[in-house]
Design a protein around this ligand. Structure first.
Ligand code: KG4
Ligand code: ZN
Length: 379
């Protein structure tokens, strides 16, 4: 793939495409900063019936959605394909079949337009969602070295972001992702999918000291590349399961399951009345423990690596308690902290186009043989 446009004519218009999991998304972003459009076709309702993402259904939905989603993103941005300087696409990590839909489409488009194709790591995209918005707000302090917590349904990672947009993984979950633990505990309690937003809404009604979870962070330890700050969330998930079983909470769970089955559009505010104080206490205690461990590990790493700021992104970064406690802790330490807007905290393509901008400037283009990299790592 060649880049026939002379650099001086570039306005930095990048079409980003994202299809790594259950959202088909496209967005046009100018110079890594201004999103001219941001279209997301979510498959959440489809997968909710199965209580989780079904890979074959996801690929089929991406195939159905990719053309209308890209067309909508171009129309909303008010630009034509000829105006684009590059096409960027999520290379991985994610579901192989889902990734392939976006990659093959992006490849064909870039080839047809004679524009460079840029492969983006989904996790780097989440980090750039925050940076893009911080730049829009004029927050100049958000320059590396930074510490980024990427926390979603599939990932819980800490990255040291170094100058030149180089990344070093300094923490990851050794078992479940934090969002996965949220989803599993919500399901166990008869709440909807994805569970995070339900737990977030209900936690404020419960006593966070009700259940003293024996939940300890993994101690920082020396890895091959220096100190690591890893996570584990399967223990708290099992503890919640035991608590429900040992406290005879099953009838309440079944009542909520029935209420949700009868009215799938029911809101969390209407489910509060179906939760006794014990259930609300369990939810609040779970959330307090999960946010607590994310906070401890993140700020311990921020101190050790002497970063200039902290970024939090991924679906779980929408959590209100997480935002409040991270903001308070950062203020106490005099360290800037930034989160994406709620719209950009979950999967989207603006973050892919934003992450591609430094790569366009550096001429880092994807080879023709680029394909889906389901296990792609960052740093
Ligand atoms: O980033 P994302 O859309 O997809 C992945 O790459 O996984 O994240 C989805 C995850 C789900 O586990 C969902 O339950 C969680 O983010 N989530 C939340 C909240 N909103 C979404 N978790 C806690 N509190 C929230 N408000
Ligand atoms: Zn994601």
């Amino acid at each position: 793939m060649t880049d026939s446009m002379p650099p001086q004519r570039r306005s930095g218009l990048i079409l980003g495409i994202e299809s790594s999991c259950d959202e088909t998304a496209a967005s046009v972003v100018r110079a890594g900063e201004t999103a001219l459009s941001n279209v997301v076709a979510s498959q959440v309702a489809l997968h909710a019936e199965h209580g989780g993402v079904v890979p074959e259904l996801a690929s089929r939905e991406h195939l159905r959605n990719i053309v209308p989603v890209v067309e909508a993103a171009m129309a909303q941005a008010g630009v034509s394909f000829a105006d684009l300087d590059a096409v960027a696409v999520t290379e991985g990590p994610g579901l192989a079949g889902a990734l392939l839909v976006g990659i093959l489409y992006a490849k064909s488009l870039a080839f047809g337009l004679d524009r460079p194709l840029i492969g983006v790591n989904h996790l780097e995209g989440h980090i750039h969602a925050v940076l893009m918005e911080a730049r829009q707000r004029g927050e100049a302090a958000m320059e590396p070295p930074l510490l980024a917590l990427v926390v979603s349904g599939g990932h819980t990672h800490l990255y040291l972001v170094e100058p030149g947009w180089r990344y070093r993984n300094v923490g990851r979950t050794v078992d479940d992702a934090a969002g996965e633990a949220y989803d599993k505990v919500a399901k166990l309690l008869g709440l909807g999918y994805p569970g995070g937003p339900w737990m977030d809404a209900l936690a404020v009604h419960g006593d966070p000291r009700a259940v003293p979870f024996q939940f300890h962070a993994i101690k920082p330890r020396e890895g091959e590349q220096g100190l690591r700050f890893d996570f584990s969330f399967s223990g708290i998930k099992s503890a919640a399961l035991r608590y429900v079983r040992d406290h005879g909470m099953q009838p309440g769970v079944e009542a909520r399951q029935a209420a949700l089955a009868a009215n799938p559009a029911i809101k969390a505010s209407e489910v509060v009345s179906l939760c006794d104080p014990q259930t609300l206490g369990l939810i609040a205690s779970f959330q307090s423990a999960v946010v607590g461990v994310l906070l401890r590990q993140t700020f311990a790493a921020a101190e050790v690596f002497g970063v200039r700021g902290v970024l939090v992104s991924g679906g779980v970064s929408a959590n209100r308690e997480l935002r409040q406690r991270f903001t308070a802790e950062a203020a106490r330490r005099g360290l800037p902290v930034a989160f994406p807007s709620v719209a950009l905290s979950t999967d989207n393509a603006a973050m892919i186009a934003a992450a591609a901008w430094p790569k366009l400037q550096a001429g880092e283009f994807a080879p023709e043989e680029m394909t889906a990299a389901p296990q792609l790592r960052l740093g």
